[in-house]
Design a protein around this ligand. Structure first.
Ligand code: NI
Length: 177
């Protein structure tokens, strides 16, 4: 396995729609997935999309740490999840606003409105079809990562760019330190 270089905002690969994966069991795809997981955990981040490591393919990896959600709130499967060729459908009209960061925009945080509940489907790393409903941080990270497959960054979803901040400034405002 290897830790891959992460593309940062301004690199064209982040703005290009990614191509579907035709053979999930291709050894190159399997190696890419393993490297993406290692890269995400090393960063550390809770999600990573293949275009962020300069590979324009429709693959995302994510995990929802238990300490990042209120007790009993997370409906994400434990551990690292892999989704190949994912698709997403919003459920209902409820919109939730939450702070997001992105490994391609290090140090920045933005308040981003997104559908609060979604259904998504795709293939896991073994090529098995998965379909789940998601809410909370689970829904947010999946939407953020799938956006990367369509060349969309979280700032594109922000109606109010005054809510784009450096993480350190937010921390300062929260703690007053
Ligand atoms: Ni991101």
């Amino acid at each position: 396995m290897a830790i891959l270089k992460i593309a940062r905002m301004g690199h064209p690969v982040l703005r290009r729609p990614a191509a579907p994966v035709e053979a999930p069991d291709d050894p190159e795809i399997q190696r890419l997935i393993a490297d993406m997981i290692e890269t995400m955990l090393d960063a550390p981040g809770i999600g990573l999309a293949a275009p962020q490591v300069h590979v324009s393919r429709r693959i995302i990896v994510f995990h929802v740490p238990r300490d990042r959600v209120a007790e009993g709130e997370s409906d994400a499967p434990p551990g690292v999840n892999v989704l190949i060729n994912p698709e997403i459908v919003p459920l209902g009209d409820e919109v939730a606003v939450g702070w997001e960061g992105c490994l391609s925009m290090p140090g920045l945080r933005g308040a981003v409105p997104r559908p609060a509940r979604i259904r998504y489907r795709g293939l896991d790393a073994s090529g098995t079809r998965v379909e789940r409903e998601a809410s909370g941080l689970h829904a947010r990270v999946v939407q953020h990562e799938i956006d990367h497959l369509d060349g969309i960054l979280f700032i594109d979803r922000m109606p109010d760019l005054t809510q784009l901040s450096y993480e350190e400034e937010l921390r300062y405002r929260r703690t007053g330190e």
